[in-house]
Design a protein around this ligand. Structure first.
Ligand code: ADP
Ligand code: MG
Length: 353
């Protein structure tokens, strides 16, 4: 069912992804209503309506659901139970959330779709850490099943001696142990899927991380990555299809010597797709709005030869006077308060003609 311009789109989560979704929605004539526990966040600042409520406040979610024509989320660590009150309006559905927010379910699901992941084991106890080291080998990385982002909730085990410290470091939480991959590169596949199964894909960005945080995305990717994109796209589309996903889904990959391995999925627009705002004919944000409102897909071709997106992390954002003075540099600042270390404060994109 088409949700026409003039309608109201609900966005659960009020960070920078919600902000860029709301800006894209506004351009198409929609109003946005943001729900977030914290007032005056990046998305609320640019939206018509805002509800300050906890993500598990069922009454607030019900009222929010009644006030919007369609609802989406920009954050995957939402409790799924309370969302049932607006499930008829929610795109993508809670199924995409449930899978993506639990690394063990996620990996099992990806494998059930026929895609490959690094070898892994579930970890529930200290003894499981040792069992994983014996089975998977070192180096391996422990990742909490839930609530990890930007490298948080992860600890490396490089030898048997690290087991105790790593288990402590992740707070003895339920986790997965995953083989450390000596990857050639990292890249992602961003796919938008419509309810009827149509989908669109962008050029795959090559992604560089530092300290677990995305620093830079570049399109087109290098030849090493390009050789793996076809297989990765097939995996990503298969995953979107199996989820019945509506909207944008991002699949992060390691380009390994053995071909593409899925690292993780995000049931949403993604930092590695920020370059699409200026670097693609239709951005990931606009395409997500088009998909959830059932408008036709927009073309995703590159607008230039090359696009490079660099994140502004922590006090990088203090360089804004020189950045805005650079001709042709597209500067995005998210409107967050304090530039804490490791916090994503903005990004810049350059498109080469
Ligand atoms: P997050 O949810 O924090 O993005 P990821 O699992 O994507 O968590 O890990 C963040 C980054 O850490 C990855 O992009 C990659 O650079 C590195 N990393 C994670 N897992 C592995 C692994 N198994 N082998 C090598 N590097 C890894
Ligand atoms: Mg990641």
């Amino acid at each position: 069912m088409t949700i026409p311009p003039g309608s109201t789109i609900g966005i659960i989560g009020g960070g920078q992804l919600g902000r860029m979704l709301a800006v894209a929605a506004a351009q198409l004539g929609y109003k946005c209503h943001v729900l977030d526990p914290v007032a005056d966040g990046p998305a609320a600042q640019v939206s018509a309506q805002f509800t300050q409520a906890a993500y598990d406040d069922v009454d607030a979610l019900r009222a929010f659901g009644d006030s919007v024509d369609v609802a989406t989320y920009e954050f995957e660590n939402l409790p799924v139970g309370p969302l049932q009150v607006l499930v008829d309006k929610l795109r993508p559905s809670t199924r995409s959330l449930e899978i993506a927010q639990d690394r063990a379910k996620e990996k099992a699901f990806i494998e059930s779709c026929g895609a490959r992941v690094a070898s892994w084991r579930e970890v529930a106890t200290r003894a499981d850490v040792t069992a994983s080291v014996l089975k998977v080998g070192v180096p391996l990385v422990l990742k909490t099943r839930r609530y990890g982002y930007d490298g948080k909730g992860q600890a490396w085990v490089r030898s048997r001696r690290d087991e105790d410290a790593a288990w402590e470091a992740i707070g003895q939480e339920p986790a997965v142990a995953e083989a450390g991959i000596d990857f050639l590169a990292e890249f992602s596949v961003i796919v938008a899927r419509w309810a009827d199964g149509r989908h669109s894909l962008w050029h795959s960005p090559q992604n560089e991380h530092g300290e677990g945080i995305l620093r830079r995305s570049t399109v087109p990717c290098s030849d090493v990555v390009a050789a793996q994109v076809a297989e990765a796209r097939q995996a990503a589309v298969g995953i979107a299809e199996a989820l019945g996903h509506i909207g944008v889904l991002t699949v992060e990959f390691f380009a390994s010597r053995d071909g593409p391995l899925v690292n993780e999925i995000a049931p949403r627009v993604h930092n590695s797709g920020h370059w699409t705002i200026e670097g693609a004919v239709t951005s990931q944000f606009e395409q997500h709005i088009r998909a959830i409102c059932d408008l036709p897909p927009g073309p995703t071709d590159l607008t230039g030869k090359r696009a490079v997106m660099n994140n502004l992390i922590g006090d990088d954002v203090d360089r804004w006077p020189e950045l805005v003075a650079e001709p042709g540099l597209h500067v995005h600042i998210y409107g967050k308060g304090e530039a804490r270390p490791g916090r994503k404060m903005g990004h810049v994109t350059r498109v080469e003609a």
